[in-house]
Design a protein around this ligand. Sequence first.
Ligand code: ADP
Ligand SMILES: N[C@@H](CCOP(=O)(O)O)C(=O)O
Length: 407
Amino acid sequence: MSVYTQLTDDQFAAFCQSFGVSFARAIPITQGIKNSNWFIQTTDDTDGAPSYVFTLFEERPPADIEKMAVILNQLDGKLPVAAPLAVIESEAARTDNDKRYVIHYEDKAITLVPCLAGAHPEQTTQAMCHEIGAALALLHETLQALQPSEQYGVPLYPWSDVRDRESQFMPSDEAKLMRDIWHAYTQLPLATLPKGLCHLDMFADNTLWNLSLNNSQKGEARLTGLLDFTEVSAEHYVMDIAITINDFCTTWGDAEQGESVNFDRSKMAAFLQGYESKRPLGADEKRALPVMLAKAAVIFWLLRLNVIHYNRTEGRTGDNIMVKNPDLMKRLSAYHWSHVEKAQNTVFVLLNTHSNTDQNNQIVGVFSSITQAEQAREQLIRDQLTPDQLSNHSHFLIKEYTLDQLL
Ligand SMILES: Nc1ncnc2c1ncn2[C@@H]1O[C@H](COP(=O)(O)OP(=O)(O)O)[C@@H](O)[C@H]1O
Ligand SMILES: N[C@@H](CCOP(=O)(O)O)C(=O)O
């Protein structure tokens, strides 16, 4: 559980009053690792269910949280988000265009948002991956209205500083893995990949779903909440896609399960289908995805090491501090990187098995991806064959080779 700052009931009551809410009880929230969160019951909550969530932002400065409030208001009505309540101002202070959503406590921002229904999923299904894919695409599209995006997003965290600090203490193979992935990322066409406001932390535990037994059995869990917009920044959409895929499409094992990390490629296909139902991906985004998946896992490997670093240096200890296991993200990075390396060492050879010039198969072309080889085969068939020959083109074969097989 993460509650870093302790507040008295009198403080809660006064802060809630600023938002026009009559405080009855604060219940610490057990999830979350960045901020202090409480469910708030009001004096009108006779059934005991809390109406609001009170957040004290431990890291982000109040100016960033004001930006987050604008973003949430932009998404409100399109996606299931909890937009912050406005501060009740005196008549003299209030102007229509000047609503405030944040109050301050010791230079930290506080917001009060409606409590959304639903629960965090312990497991995901293909249908849920499809739905979150569509929701993320809608988020990307909707936030395009806020321009220039850099002005609405918070600055990206300086992950390369964390990498430099942490990689000094890593075994050399882990530091090499991180370095190789980072290098491959810098080789992507970063200047031209589409960019805009991204959530950057859309993990399953930042989403809420209607998971009633009936719905789960029928595979009909519905998305009821998108949470934690503190990291929204201008970034490549494909990075946001990779971050979300990494969590939704992976089954994370705990210590008893040997900290296993099982990535499910059919869930990823469902996610991408959902995403593309709202925003089709460009060919360059698709090509970048395997490296982005590895880079996204590296970022969260570093993020978790960074939380441990700050807990240590700031003396934050105790039962109410939750940490997430960096090693799981390290394993996911290694898994994705092994796919990138395999793809880098694999070629797809298009062969004409009915060649007139030789008894052997004739090599028509060598391609770095199966898609390119298939496109070339289709083009060849369209260019060379008459319509009645089209049905019989099975002599064009595509074979997969590793580079060392060709030497
Ligand atoms: N509007 C909300 N409705 C319901 N639950 C919420 C809401 N906001 C936050 N929570 C709960 O609080 C937890 C922590 O919130 P989050 O914003 O993820 O905190 P942190 O930034 O510390 O990670 C969430 O995982 C969720 O369980
Ligand atoms: N989702 C991240 C870290 C941020 O945690 P949150 O609970 O504050 O969303 C992770 O899993 O490492």
